[in-house]
Design a protein around this ligand. Sequence first.
Ligand code: LMR
Length: 441
Amino acid sequence: MAMAELSAPKTTSTFLNSSSRLRLSSKLHLSNHFRHLLLPPLHTAPNSKISCSVSQNQAPVAVQENGLVKTKKECYGVFCLTYDLKAEEQTKSWKKLINIAVSGAAGMISNHLLFKLASGAVFGPDQPIALKLLGSERSIQALEGVAMELEDSLFPLLREVDIGTDPYEIFQDVEWAILIGAKPRGPGMERADLLDINGQIFAEQGKALNKVASPDVKVLVVGNPCNTNALICLKNAPNIPAKNFHALTRLDENRAKCQLALKAGVFYDKVSNMTIWGNHSTTQVPDFLNAKINGVPVKEVITDHKWLEEGFTESVQKRGGLLIQKWGRSSAASTAVSIVDAIKSLVTPTPEGDWFSTGVYTDGNPYGIEEGLVFSMPCRSKGDGDYELVKDVEIDDYLRNRIAKSEAELLAEKRCVAHLTGEGIAYCDLGPVDTMLPGEV
Ligand code: LMR
């Protein structure tokens, strides 16, 4: 039935051609879409029957707003039903709905993340959300599976789920974009190839965000190599403040805290002021000089300084690789948890005297890091989604040398993607061991 309707009128071609989302959800919703275009408007009953998309093929797509029946192009299953957030607000004092895009939404990391987002664990128990899930053509069935599981979870705060493959549709009006989807480095693939393939994805997504997202959208890039992907993304989104783009280094911060806690024989909540400097790669610099345990400088608590410089540092840099050896795949659950931590650090005030690490644009940084990079540094937030750099962190010779190495690596990565950042012709002189992801051996 849906297939027959696919060849329906030309007037529908804009969204038929612009996204495969409708193809993917055609069995469930397409017939209704076309019904609205071809027939007089449906009138939604005041008490619409809620039924789940998987168990019926007539999922409602008509929503009633101020007495008008409108069609929703992108909704999935039960999320197509009318809801009245104003009424909810009166009883629950909920905040205004926010739109959150997640790319790579059918992947392992997302599978952990989406249910945390929908549960309220990230944005709070009074924050209703709409999830906009971006997948690839290949993952489209899986994406439907994800949407079905979200339906079946009956999360009160989850008001909408949209799925699709076109960033220009999925990123429409989003206030947060969590960009996870990226290709892993395949056998025989040169680093430059990986930078180029993934860079093209992030250039495209940057352009889409620039065009259709909320102008103050916050973007967290997770897909590797995340610092350079974030740089490409922001360079392709000139209307969005560069400050709004982050590369995820919170996983590294969490790993570093865990290692220090283990060595000191304390629980990890006692470790604070943990900075990861630089690239999310094996050149990253976990800063034990400024970190504290129970408010005391780490070097006073852990007197084995050789371990700090070598064992500790390397264990954090290569933690992802060790995990791959054990699991046979990259970290997923802990990455999702660190995404939650990274966002919560921006939407809740940073505790007095503490800070968190995130990869941010270096323009105007007080540490002499070359401008025009995305580099992990210590930050604080008032909880409004924005942040400021912590300005007075001490840097000794050890740190300076290590930071310079990570900076040089990011500069080399940047040269490789000049064609994607609008900075001329790419020139890639990366060595075979340069820019190793934490998971690569
Ligand atoms: C991680 O840090 O666990 C990942 O970035 C590893 C990887 O290379 O995918």
